[in-house]
Design a protein around this ligand. Structure first.
Ligand SMILES: [Zn+2]
Length: 379
């Protein structure tokens, strides 16, 4: 069992992992900026090739290119699928205001925790295999995508195709607070509720108008009533708009709603209920679009087993790993929905995803790199 050897090797690489993380952070990569995402993907492809990968760039006219790579492909077992993303929620120029910096035990920077440090873990695991002459149990198929933070519109099909032929999926999103791995995630959806009424002069003949805003106000309590927090279903009417000017009865109004569900049953219930919304004001109409984007990642027997084996492997490295669930979605939702054993949260402990204090805990880099390496060697 090479765990302690790997961990020692990783500990000696702590400073170079940090330097590599700085490189990945200062090269910015907002989800909607193809002009910087494409060169980023090319840079990662070069780094993976240097580690022995068989790398392909997935050309993506509708967004940034994605990186698709295989390592140790000669085995005949189904591969381990590793999922990561290199896009961040931060606009270009964020590193000018908040540069990469180390402060005591923490390394700060936009995208450091979510999830550029995770890419470093993967690279370091592969470097360790080369340096120590180790061979992973299965072929490794890795997808590093450019659009996770906007719901993976262009990478989803690639992720699902890869998931259909893999043994299990290891998702390198950041862990929960305390370093907990993620074995369940809520499903995420969004609905747009559009109301159509009829415009009229508010002073001359208001009785000829149909207020879309009044109708929307009637719909909102009905929408909120679809929540059922006791089974994990939450609803947020997060944005409303409507009307044109105060002296016109408003002909249009609109609400955008975020929904979270823990189970497929609840996902189906909400889809049905939203489609069933109908106008309460005579003459008004309601049009609903949208749906569940990421299906819930439910705990299954296979994902429990995957976690239990991971926990044992963690113990061989002196790590006491625990599991938890989150309301946020990731690409692990897609693999889990296909029945693939999925373990998420394998990134580097830290805090502040999508927040100004985003950082990782530097001492966790070697531990988590060793954990990922051991999972690739043994699972
Ligand atoms: Zn992420």
């Amino acid at each position: 069992m090479p765990g302690p050897t790997l961990l020692n090797w990783m500990i000696q690489r702590r400073e170079s992992m940090l330097a590599d993380l700085a490189t990945l952070v200062v090269f910015e990569s907002p989800s909607r900026d193809k002009a910087v995402l494409d060169p980023y993907a090319t840079m990662l492809a070069g780094r993976f090739e240097a580690l022995g990968g068989n790398v392909k760039l997935i050309d993506n006219p509708a967004g940034g290119n994605h990186v698709d790579a295989w390592f140790y492909r000669e085995g005949d077992l189904p591969p381990a699928l590793v999922l990561a993303h290199f896009d961040t929620v931060w606009p270009l120029g964020t590193v000018v205001d908040r540069p990469f910096r180390v402060d005591g035990p923490r390394a700060y920077g936009p995208g450091s925790y979510d999830m550029k440090a995770s890419i470093i873990l993967f690279e370091t695991a592969l470097a360790a295999f080369q340096a120590l002459g180790l061979t992973p149990r299965r072929p490794i198929h890795v997808l590093v995508t450019s659009d996770e933070e906007i719901g993976s519109p262009t990478s989803r099909a690639h992720i699902e195709a890869a998931a259909r032929e893999c043994a299990h999926a290891l998702v390198l999103e950041p862990p929960l607070p305390g370093g907990l791995l993620k074995t369940a995630r809520k499903g995420v959806g969004g609905f747009t509720v559009e109301i159509e009424g009829k415009a009229a002069h508010a002073g001359v003949e208001p009785e000829k108008g149909i207020s879309a805003i009044n109708e929307l106000a009637l719909q909102i309590p009905r929408i909120n009533a679809l929540a059922n927090p006791s089974v994990g279903t939450t609803i947020n009417v997060g944005l409303i708009s409507g009307g044109t000017t105060p002296n016109v009865v408003p002909a249009q109004a609109m609400a955008r709603v975020d929904v979270r569900v823990a189970t497929m049953d609840e996902a189906r219930r909400l889809e049905h209920a939203f489609r069933g919304l109908h106008a309460l004001t005579p003459g008004a109409s309601v049009n609903v679009s949208g749906g569940i984007n990421r299906p819930p990642m439910e705990r299954t027997t296979a994902s429990r087993e995957l976690f239990e084996r991971t926990r044992q492997i963690g113990r061989s490295l002196g790590l006491e790993l625990d599991e938890g669930s989150t309301g946020g979605g990731s690409d692990g939702n897609f693999t889990a929905a296909l029945g693939v054993a999925t373990l998420d949260g394998l990134g580097v402990p830290g805090a502040g995803a999508h927040a100004l204090n985003e950082h990782i805990l530097i001492d966790s880099l070697p531990e988590r790199a060793a954990l990922l390496a051991c999972l690739l060697l043994e699972l």
